[in-house]
Every structure is written in structure tokens, then in C-alpha cells.
Design a protein around this ligand. Structure first.
Ligand code: C5P
Length: 219
């Protein structure tokens, strides 16, 4: 069974206010992209990797993979305008005989191998996808303008992270559809059965400059 990783790293990262795309903002001594790329490459669960790079940053992405000694990077493609487009472009590079595709955001650098194992091994037995999920400590409400219109049951809610793993054919077919905020939503909309497994609080997503400090403290 071959497992291909698609590493989405093509975001602009405007909210970081840096002079370069988020994947190339410094995290310690390396660009942010280095951490998740090296961890995917070292993972025994992963056979090959497609990096989705920001436009104009394909060459630095390939050089970085070489510098890190990554042996599993099979392709580096230019990302699209949205995350959904970038994932579609990355998945297009995955060969037809791949069994599983694992999609991960480079913006979540603290990628523990145990989480990769949890989502990959959760597939099978009729499950089309698996996502790492964490309970929500706060109460969540739906609002309309300023007015609170609904309070959601906290015990039924989870925040979802990446990496997300999918049966390759199911993901390919689902991605043909419209926009979504995560791949799992596309698979769910196509009627796929997605399982939630334990997430990891260290899988923080880097959005603004403070997040970089928080993530650096976890390395
Ligand atoms: O922008 P945001 O942090 O939500 O992006 C999540 C992940 O998706 C990041 O790793 C980012 O690089 C990636 N992305 C992408 N192509 C885009 C937008 C975001 O690969 N056009």
C-alpha cells in the first residue's frame, strides 16, 4: 500500500506581514516549510511527497528539500489561488496506483509521527478519510451580525487539524467539486465516511507572528 503526502505550502501568509510567503518565513534557523517537510520525509508511514510551492518559490523549495536530504520528494508543483486549488494541483501529481493520500499544511510544522500513524491506520473498514480532531474548551455560538442566534452543543463539536488521510480514489473524485476549507469537507460532501481520531495540541497553525513564537517553543 503506497501512501503519498501532499504538502500544501503555497499560501501567501499575508497575516504574518512578512516580505515572503509563509512557508519561507524563518522558524529558528530554517524556513517554516523545512520542519513539516523533514518530518514527512522521515516518517515510515510516507512513501512519497508532493510539495505545493508558492509561485516563484519552486526552485527554493526543491533546494530546501535537497539541503534537508529529503529522499521522498517526487514532485514540486506551483500552488493555486486558494488552498483548494493548491491541493487539487498537488493531488494531480499523485500516481493512479497510490492507495492513500495524506494532505498536510506546511503552516502546522510540529507534525508528530504518531498523528500520521493514527490517520493512516484509521482508514479501511469502510472509512474513506480520517482527520485529527480536538475537543473545544470554549462554548461556540452562531451569530447573525451582532445577534447571537444559536448556542451549539460543545460535546458534539471538534476542531480539526491536518494531516488528513484519504483513500486516494475517493479524494480525487471529491476534489473535482467546489471550494471547501479542508479536504475532509469535500469528501464528506461527496458522501464519503470520515472518521475523527485524536488530534495533537502541538499541531498549531501558524497564522500570525505570535504563532511563530508559540510553535518555536514546541520544537
Ligand atoms: O492560509 P492558511 O493558513 O489557511 O493556509 C493553510 C495551508 O494551506 C498553508 O500551509 C498554506 O501554505 C496552504 N495554502 C496553499 N495555497 C493557497 C493558500 C494556502 O497551499 N493558495
Amino acid at each position: 500500500m503506497s501512501v503519498w503526502a501532499v504538502l500544501a505550502a503555497a499560501g501567501s501568509g499575508e497575516r504574518l506581514g512578512a516580505d515572503r510567503p509563509k512557508a519561507f518565513v524563518r522558524l529558528g534557523e530554517q524556513p517554516l516549510l523545512a520542519e513539516s517537510l523533514a518530518r514527512l520525509d522521515e516518517s515510515e508511514w510516507i512513501d512519497a511527497i508532493v510539495v505545493v510551492a508558492p509561485a516563484g518559490w519552486e526552485e527554493p523549495s526543491i533546494l530546501l528539500a535537497e539541503e534537508l536530504g529529503c529522499s521522498k520528494v517526487s514532485a514540486c508543483v506551483t500552488g493555486g489561488a486558494t488552498r483548494a486549488d493548491s491541493v487539487r494541483l498537488g493531488v494531480a501529481e499523485v500516481p493512479p496506483d497510490a492507495a492513500v493520500v495524506l494532505v498536510h499544511d506546511a503552516a502546522r510544522p510540529v507534525l508528530d509521527d504518531a498523528v500520521i500513524g493514527r490517520v493512516v491506520t484509521a482508514l479501511g473498514e469502510g472509512w474513506d478519510g480520517a482527520v485529527p480532531a480536538l475537543p473545544i474548551p470554549d462554548t461556540v455560538k452562531r451569530i447573525d451580525g451582532e445577534r447571537v442566534v444559536e448556542t451549539l452543543r460543545r460535546d458534539e463539536l471538534r476542531v480539526v487539524q491536518t494531516p488528513q488521510a484519504f483513500v486516494a480514489d475517493v479524494l480525487r473524485n471529491a476534489l473535482a467539486g467546489s471550494e471547501w476549507t479542508d479536504c475532509s469537507a469535500a469528501v464528506e460532501a461527496a458522501g464519503g465516511r470520515v472518521r475523527s481520531v485524536d488530534g495533537d495540541p502541538r499541531l498549531l497553525k501558524v497564522t500570525d507572528a505570535d504563532d511563530l513564537d508559540r510553535v518555536a517553543a514546541l520544537l
